[in-house]
Design a protein around this ligand. Sequence first.
Ligand SMILES: [Fe+2]
Length: 303
Amino acid sequence: MNFDRNTWRFDCQPTLTDSQVLDFCREGYLFLHGVVPQQINEKTCAYLEGRLPPHPGWLPPGWSAQDIERVRQSHEPSTIFLEDWFIEHVLLNEHLAGAMRSLLGAHVGLPVLASHHATECPQGPQGWHHDADHLFGPELEFLEVFYFPQDTPAELGPTEIAPGTHIGHHSRDIDAPGLLAAGPAGTLGIHHQSILHRRGASTATGMRHMLKYNYWRTTPPVKDWLDEPGFDPATANYGGHNQARFAAHMFYWLHGKGDAYRIIGGQAWPWRSDQQIGPSYGYGRTQGYLPDWRRNNPDGYAR
Ligand SMILES: [Fe+2]
């Protein structure tokens, strides 16, 4: 692990394989259950509840002790990023860092803004939504993380996501279930910021803390995650109709080949079926169409 406090970036070895990177392109999320040590989870709750005094390891230029208190007591307590224990065990968490490095490239930019979602349970479910300022496209310039510092079973209303909805606008009935990010204290979720999600319904009594923040790409995409023996991009699973073309475009972009991506439609690559007797036609084409990320065209393709 190479952490530079001055540039606020880190670097480490990538840990995801070809299939895991493609899974992220297709599904839009990755959950890491209970990976933050319990002592750090307890410290985080104490900090968020004002029971632990701040001990910033450094101050942003021009900040005073008053600024620390003002920000710490707000709904965006980003001062927690100045605590050495939080940097080491949460921001640079060994399980999370390798995944971030795989998806965002070398010298990953660390978060600068924390959002504290404190919910007094029980509560009804939130409506399904794409967050403000979401963007649909093949680029993966940043990733959003949520951190649950207390045990967060389904009863405590963990975040609920709809897998695969990060590639375009989706609406979903409030009664329709999704995938709950339930888990023990110290669970981290990584997701594409554009994914459809909500705060799940809670039936238990008590306070649910959740911190949300973003990691940033600072280098152009290049394929340097783990090579997976036997992985073949010509026959890999990019998802179903109206999905595969977008997931494959993102996967190409992550290889640094976004501009070279072209598709020819129908049953051609990246579409595939387990029942076909040979690989799909159309892989590696340099002439053809792009997926219509802006959804301006009825057939879903753009030139
Ligand atoms: Fe949201």
